[in-house]
Design a protein around this ligand. Sequence first.
Ligand code: NIG
Ligand code: FE
Length: 380
Amino acid sequence: MSVLVSGIGELVTHDDGLGVLSDAALVASADGIVEWIGAAADAPAADRRIDVGGRAVVPGFVDSHAHLVFGGDRSAEFAARMAGERYDGGGIASTVAATRAASDAELRALVGRRIAEMRAQGTTTVEVKSGYGLTVAHEERALRIAREHTAETTFLGAHVVPSGADRAAYVELVSGEMLAACAPHARWIDVFCEPASSHAFDEDESRTVLMAGRAAGLELRVHGNQLAAGPGVRLAVELDAASVDHCTYLTDADVDALAGGDTVATLLPGVEFSTRSPYPDARRLIDAGVTVALATDCNPGTCYSSSMPLMIALAVREMGMTAQETLWAATTGAARALRRDDIGVLAPGKRADLTVLDAPSYLHLPYRPGVPIAKALDLT
Ligand code: NIG
Ligand code: FE
């Protein structure tokens, strides 16, 4: 059954710029594709009608970076950090232990609940990473469960070197047997790349893992430059990764590399908020011509928030972005970070993923922080 969505006070399409229509309507086909967009007065007939009562409608948020397959609780680590402890990735080990201990049914329920929480805040596409199993069987299981919920699944065996493991042997495992087990359930491969000596992987280790992933048919994304200015950004651009995420500490050479390549810079301001770190300089990136995306990084260590509206508010308040730039980055920009052109934009032929705001304008997203105004529209 086709659906006419009527009573749209303000419709942001991102088709050719911001693309704002007032008093608009939209028709979606039975299989969820936009068939028509235009003035309410010209709306064609459809099998069903949903009236949104003058509210604003925007493209559904695309959360292109989330770690949702985990068990356990790290609220005490967060509290200690707010009392002055530094984040260095060392807490990941406790989530790994709790995740391994969880049953398949428990993990499946946790992921399902987290995705429902995201939809209830306007997110219609989510990427989900493994990375808290770190054995062949546990990484394979995480991706199998993630795949039940999204096509955007990412193998992150190279999250940290598990405690007690030999670094070189672990890199070999991730690039060999673990990759072979995980690749059938994954679209992407990711690596936590930081300067040598952190809990993460250095440039050579990261390159080894990413090249093995590409040879196995996976596409590339990178966690880079989160803890310090390191090799992550330049490696991501060199290998034409779809996105390099965090970009908290950037040199001029990093910005130049991003401006000259096709790799999106995905900024995760919830991490800076929850680790009390300096925010990335979005203005510098945008002014240099870099494509910027926003995502939550929802995870138990550095940002246990699933709220794209919170990321938009932080980016406007703290990172020098306009409201228009943040909404674009949270939809079209994030779709580019997933190399998708069927989402993040509302136009005939694109997916009819709609988010309704209980507000007259998209400007209310940063204007009303912490207020649950955004919700994904269920067309079924
Ligand atoms: O994206 N930096 C690496 N991974 C996550 C945090 C993981 C954790 O602390 O559990 C991130 O911030
Ligand atoms: Fe992350």
